[in-house]
Design a protein around this ligand. Structure first.
Ligand SMILES: [Zn+2]
Length: 132
C-alpha cells in the first residue's frame, strides 16, 4: 500500500464554548491540515497530486480568513451583529482540532480513500483522525 501526503492551511478565528481557559476567548490559528491518502499505484500513481492539492485547498479556503462558529454557541443578537461585519462559517461541531480532523476526513473521503487526516492548530499541537 502507498500513502500520499498533501497539506494545506487556513487562517481563522474561533473560540471554545464551555471551556475554562484562554481558548474561551476569540483567537486565531493557522490551522495546518495534512491529508494522507492510501492506495495502490495504477500507471505509476495512486491519484494525481494535482487533484488532491486542488480539493484540499478548496476545503481549506472555505474557512480561510473567516470566523468559525459552532452552531448555537452565540446568542442571536451577538451572532447577527457579528454576521453583518465578518464572514462567519457556522459548523455543527465544537471547533477543536480533533473535530476538524474528522470533518476533513469525512469531506475528503467522499472522493478519496483517506488513510488519516492531521490538523495542527499550533506548530506543536496536532490531532489525528484515522478510521478504524
Ligand atoms: Zn483555538
Amino acid at each position: 500500500m502507498y500513502v500520499l501526503t498533501c497539506e494545506s492551511s487556513f487562517d481563522a478565528a474561533h473560540f471554545l464554548t464551555n471551556y475554562k481557559g484562554k481558548c474561551h476567548n476569540i483567537h486565531g490559528h493557522r490551522w495546518r491540515v495534512v491529508l494522507n491518502i492510501k492506495g495502490e499505484v495504477n500507471n505509476g500513481m495512486v491519484v494525481d497530486f494535482n487533484d488532491i492539492k486542488k480539493d484540499l485547498k478548496e476545503a481549506c479556503d472555505y474557512f480561510d480568513h473567516t470566523f468559525i462558529v459552532e452552531k448555537d454557541s452565540l446568542n442571536k443578537t451577538a451572532f447577527d451583529i457579528l454576521n453583518k461585519e465578518f464572514l462567519i462559517r457556522v459548523v455543527e461541531f465544537r471547533t477543536t482540532a480533533e473535530n476538524f480532523a474528522k470533518y476533513f476526513y469525512d469531506l475528503l473521503s467522499k472522493k478519496y480513500d483517506v488513510y488519516e487526516v492531521l490538523v495542527y492548530e499550533t506548530p506543536n499541537n496536532c490531532a489525528r483522525y484515522i478510521c478504524e
